[in-house]
Ligand binder design. Structure first.
Ligand code: 5AD
Ligand code: SF4
Length: 441
C-alpha cells in the first residue's frame, strides 16, 4: 500500500494550520503521516509566494527531492499552497511534480494523489468562496498536541498594492462561529494549552445568522469563555480595523494573551498610501497609544519592510522613528520584493536599488535589535507566567517557553515538562531571549 505521506510546510502560520488540515483530510482517506522524508510514498510541499526568495527556496527544494525520486521511482510529489496557486499548471512542467493544488482545493487531494498513481498530472486551482474547512479537526504530529490553530477567516479583500495574498488565497470569508466554538471545545477536551485564531485579517471576522451577528471582539470573547484553561492568541490584525472594543476584550479576559501583532509595514504616510494600507502613521500611533494605556504590559510586534516603490531616505527615516516611538518587542523585517500580478508590479516602479534595500534592511534590523534588547532588559526582575514548549536548543537541562507577551524564556528544567505552566523570574536578557528561574510566588 503506497500510503505514507510527508508534508513539508513553508510560509506563515496559516500554512502550518493548512498542512494539519491536509493531514486530516488524507488521514480520513487512509493515508498515514511519514515522519521521515525518505520513507514517504507521497511528498506534499505547502508553499509560500510572499517574496521571490520564498519561491526560490521551493525550486531548490524540488532539486533536492529529485535525488530522492531517483531512488524511489514511484514517489509522488505534490505542490500545494500559495505558490501552487500563483504558478498553477506551469508547475507541472517540472519533471518531478505530479500534482498541484491551490488553497481552496485540499478536499480534492485524495483524488489528485490517486490520479498521480495512474500517471495523470492534474492541477486544481479553483477558488471556492464557501471553503472554510470548517468541521475538519486538524491532525497534529504526535509531539505537537499542545498548541492548536483555528482559521477563522480565509482569504483577503484588502489588496495592499505589494501583496500577492488576495491573488493566491482569494476573497475573504469567515467561518461559522458555531463550528469555531465546537473546535475550541474539542481542543479543550484534548487538553490543549494554547489556541491561536488565524486569519489574514482577523479583525474583519464577521458571521451573521438568525440568532447572532458576531464580529471579532465578540468571537474572541466567546472563545476565551469556552476555553478558560487555554491561552488564546490571534494573528494577524490589520491596524485599520483594530477597534477599541477589541482592546477592551483583551484587557478584561485573563486568558487572552497580552500580545498584539500589528504589522505597520512603513512609517511614512506617502508610502502607506502607495501601499494602499488605508491608515496613516498618526492613526497607527493612536492605536498603539490606546493599547498601551489600556494594557500596560502588552507585548507588541510588527511586520515592516523597506525599499518599496518611491521610498526615499526621508521616508525610511520615518519608519525608523516610528519603530523607536512604538518600541516593538519584536519585528519581522524584510526588503520589498515585487510580486507579479499585484497593483505595484503593474503600476508602480520598483525603483529602490537592491544595494540600497539591503543597506536599509540592515539598519532596520540593527535598530530593532537595540530596541528589543532594551525592552527585554526592562523585564529583568519581573515574574511571568510561562507555558513550557520543550527543551532549549542548547541543553536538555534547560527548557524554553513563552510569556503571554510572546517572548521566549529559557530556564533550568527542575522536572518540568512540555505543557506545564510555570512562574519564571527573569534574571538576564539578550535581544532575542529572556533567561530566568522558576519561582514559587
Ligand atoms: N515584499 C516584501 N515583503 C512583503 N510582505 C508582503 N508582501 C511583500 C513583498 N512583496 C511582508 C509584509 C507582510 C509579511 C507577511 O510579509 O510585511 O506583513
Ligand atoms: Fe506566504 Fe502569505 Fe501565502 Fe502565508 S498567505 S503562505 S505568508 S503568501
Amino acid at each position: 500500500m503506497n500510503n505514507k505521506i510527508y508534508i513539508e510546510t513553508y510560509g506563515c502560520q496559516m500554512n502550518v494550520a493548512d498542512s494539519e488540515t491536509v493531514a486530516s483530510i488524507l488521514d480520513v482517506n487512509n493515508y498515514k503521516i511519514a515522519s521521515e522524508i525518505n520513507n514517504a510514498d507521497v511528498i506534499i510541499i505547502n508553499t509560500c509566494s510572499v517574496r521571490d526568495n520564498a519561491e526560490k527556496k521551493i525550486w531548490s527544494r524540488l532539486d533536492f527531492i529529485k535525488s530522492i525520486k531517483r531512488k524511489n521511482k514511484n514517489l509522488i510529489v505534490g505542490i500545494i499552497g500559495c505558490m501552487a496557486q500563483r504558478i498553477g499548471e506551469k508547475m507541472l512542467e517540472h519533471p518531478i511534480v505530479d500534482f498541484v493544488a491551490g488553497p481552496d482545493a485540499y478536499r480534492y487531494l485524495p483524488e489528485l494523489i490517486s490520479n498521480s498513481y495512474l500517471n495523470n498530472k492534474f492541477c486544481n486551482t479553483d477558488f471556492n468562496i464557501n471553503e472554510t474547512y470548517s468541521g475538519i479537526l486538524q491532525k497534529k504530529k504526535d509531539n505537537e498536541n499542545m498548541s492548536g490553530f483555528i482559521a477563522i477567516t480565509r482569504g483577503c479583500n484588502n489588496f495592499c498594492s505589494y501583496c500577492i495574498v488576495p491573488y493566491t488565497r482569494g476573497r475573504e470569508r469567515s467561518a461559522n462561529y458555531n463550528d469555531i466554538i465546537n473546535e475550541v471545545k474539542k481542543l479543550q477536551e484534548n487538553k490543549f494549552k494554547e489556541l491561536t485564531l488565524l486569519g489574514q485579517n482577523v479583525n474583519s471576522y464577521y458571521f451573521e445568522d438568525n440568532l447572532n451577528k458576531v464580529n471579532f471582539p465578540s468571537l474572541i470573547e466567546m472563545v476565551a469563555k469556552n476555553a478558560p484553561e487555554m491561552r488564546i492568541r490571534f494573528t494577524t490584525s490589520h491596524p485599520k480595523d483594530l477597534s477599541d472594543e477589541l482592546i477592551d476584550v483583551i484587557a478584561r479576559n485573563k486568558n487572552i494573551c497580552n500580545h498584539i501583532h500589528l504589522p505597520v509595514q512603513s512609517g511614512s504616510n506617502k508610502i502607506l498610501e502607495r501601499m494602499n494600507r488605508k491608515y496613516t502613521r498618526e492613526w497607527y500611533l493612536n492605536r498603539i497609544n490606546v493599547i498601551k494605556s489600556k494594557i500596560p504590559d502588552i507585548g507588541l510586534s510588527s511586520d515592516i519592510f523597506c525599499g518599496f516603490s518611491g521610498e526615499t531616505e526621508e521616508d525610511f527615516q520615518q519608519t525608523l522613528s516610528l519603530m523607536e516611538e512604538v518600541c516593538y518587542d519584536m519585528a519581522f523585517m524584510f526588503k520589498y520584493s515585487e510580486r507579479p500580478g499585484t497593483y505595484a508590479a503593474k503600476s508602480l516602479i520598483d525603483d529602490v536599488p537592491e544595494d540600497v534595500k539591503k543597506e536599509r534592511l540592515n539598519r532596520m534590523i540593527h535598530l530593532q535589535n537595540k530596541i528589543s534588547l532594551k525592552k527585554n532588559k526592562a523585564d529583568i526582575g519581573k515574574t511571568f507566567e510561562v507555558l513550557v514548549e520543550g527543551f532549549s536548543k542548547r541543553s536538555k537541562e534547560m527548557l524554553f517557553g513563552r510569556t503571554e507577551q510572546n517572548k521566549v524564556v529559557v530556564f533550568p528544567s527542575l522536572n518540568k515538562k512540555q505543557g506545564d505552566t510555570v512562574m519564571i523570574t527573569i534574571k538576564d536578557a539578550s535581544s532575542a531571549t529572556l533567561k530566568g528561574e522558576i519561582t514559587n510566588s
